[in-house]
Write a protein that binds this ligand. Structure first.
Ligand code: ADP
Length: 231
């Protein structure tokens, strides 16, 4: 309770200085942006974009690598057959989800095909980005080890009941459907303990831009003094 109160009193909370870098200091700083479904990641990423910061979206990467014409889609069609294909040649995601949901070996096969391709797509976008630092927005940042691409992580955090209310209002999904998605994601407390920065998004939307600006100023300070940010 006390920790939550502390966050409300501040524009954001920082638990530690930026983590060890995987990159030489001359490369732009990459900030991983994560949070469970409905926590407000897209909203926060949009606020950073308003400030001129490029945001690379891991969900977009996951869609891009299985677009018609991409080698991964051919491999998936060969492996799973026509059942996972739509008449227009696109991927039938619902059918594929159904298969891998009940079959861990197939899930493993699919992930070992897609994860390296998704990572490659993300890295190419991060390298092409032209802003003082770059955001990597990913709902599964820690789960998929994408945090290893970043120098700092920002968790958009809300209590689970609020997450469910907001996601349900946005998507029209049932509470049970959203709860099952949350159950498949890393528990909130674990994400809180791993993130460099935590943005409390239970506060009103009207206060968000100012709190994103405070984080932006913090990241810019790190960009301008890399010797402090990269240890
Ligand atoms: P995510 O990308 O993490 O799934 P979104 O950014 O789409 O989450 O936010 C989920 C829903 O909650 C959206 O409808 C969004 O407009 C709303 N929302 C986000 N932040 C707030 C806030 N601080 N107050 C009220 N509603 C919010």
């Amino acid at each position: 309770m006390a920790a939550d109160q502390k966050q409300i009193d501040q524009s954001f909370s920082q638990k530690s200085s930026l983590g060890a870098s995987q990159h030489p200091t001359s490369e732009p700083i990459i900030v991983g942006l994560t949070g469970g479904i409905g926590s407000g990641k897209s909203t926060v990423a949009a606020a950073f974009r308003q400030l001129g910061i490029v945001s690379v979206d891991a969900d977009q990467a996951a869609r891009a690598v299985v677009e018609p014409g991409m080698p991964a889609l051919t491999a998936i069609a060969e492996h799973f057959g026509e059942a996972v294909m739509l008449p227009d040649g696109g991927l039938n995601r619902a059918a594929l989800r159904e298969i891998i949901f009940s079959n861990p070996a197939e899930k493993q096969w699919l992930e070992s095909l897609l994860h390296p391709l998704i990572r490659e797509w993300i890295v190419a976008q991060l390298q092409a980005a032209k802003s003082p630092y770059v955001i990597l927005e990913s709902p599964l940042l820690f789960e998929t080890d994408q945090h290893l691409l970043t120098q700092a992580t920002l968790l958009v955090d809300v209590p689970v009941p609020l997450q469910i209310t907001r996601a349900a209002a946005r998507d029209g999904q049932s509470t049970a459907q959203i709860e099952s998605i949350i159950a498949a994601q890393m528990p909130r407390e674990e994400k809180r303990s791993r993130a460099t920065y935590i943005l409390d998004n239970s506060l009103p939307l009207a206060t968000l831009d100012a709190r994103v600006l405070a984080l932006h100023n913090e990241f810019m300070r790190r960009v301008n003094r890399p010797q402090e940010s990269i240890r």
